[in-house]
Write a protein that binds this ligand. Sequence first.
Ligand code: DAU
Length: 359
Amino acid sequence: MTGIVLHGGRGTRLRPLTHTGPKQLIPVGGKAISQYVLEDLRDAGINEVAIVLGNIGPERVQEYYGDGSRIGMKITYVNQESPKGIADAVRLCQDFIGNDKFIVFLGDNLLKGGVAAYAKDFVASGADAMLLLTRVKDPEHFGVAEFDTSGRLKAVVEKPKYAPSPYIVTGIYFFTPTLFDAIAKVTPSGRGELEITDSIQMLISMSAKVVYRFVEGWWKDTGTIEDILDANRLILDERLLQSSIAGIVEEGASVEGRVNIEEGAVVKGKAVIRGPCHIGAQTIIGPNAFVGPYTSIGRFCHVENVEIENSILFDNCEVKGIKQRISESIIGQFSKLTGEDKRQSVAHFVIGESSIVTL
Ligand code: DAU
């Protein structure tokens, strides 16, 4: 089996973070979101993957993953010039896939426990397509599954006004190359995209065998700022099971709970870190700082005289001397947040790359 991981799209709901880079590279728990996707594929025995690059920061994706050897994979890059749909992105990988079975994994989706068991199940099923479904409260924002009375999948509809069921199609799909015949028959939707849901619907009309499984555990689509902060919490809970401290914790500093402190990071006196937290390499915390639960701080940051919790700092940020507790915030790389403003007790920021904010 091979894999396709999408890194295109518009990222409009994640601006300003996506003005300068693709959403799939937003860090949660110290790694780009799509690195969990790639590692899940690798752990399912899939070592060859095509990454589809979009038009937001494609060079950053190539810089981050290179040829893939850093994470034990072989990566081929395919360019999608404009976001013409998920099925359009998949179609561009037809030569790469050849006659193999394959997994399409949207680069902004996270799944508890990975895909190894589902991949085995798909191969054993002999199906042309297998979808992973999950129940949500707002199905009309997704591709929605419709079943017949015997529970067979009858249809999938993209973002319908009235959802035929509460079960939606997650962004993890298993296919045989028959999918390419179906994509060739679909036309762009009302929003001008070649839809993967229409292509699956076409497979059903072609009498191909399309099966589904329900997701066990959580699944997360990271389309909004709230989703990204949720994903950071889920990843820190699920994947940071015990502390690992490679950096230096100076005398007078306190580190409690599950905390990952990478090499070269320094926690200075009178700083408190309360896990689960991730502190990237070469970052300096303190003096006088509180880094609270569910915070991921990137590499080469400096956090001083500040309280921060439930937040994400990209690499190379400086956050100093803020009197309010910073919560539910995301701060883009190379940004500086400094000053003193006593108007509120809790402050919330979403700051894009290379910004300077002085309160
Ligand atoms: O997350 C699951 C949902 O993903 C499914 O339930 C929907 O059926 C499916 O259409 C998709 O809906 P979204 O509205 O979330 O799609 P979005 O435009 O956010 O794109 C999903 C991913 O695919 C994202 O990582 C960007 C990438 N993408 C998207 C388009 C439109 C591309 O690489 N190229 C594209 O042209």
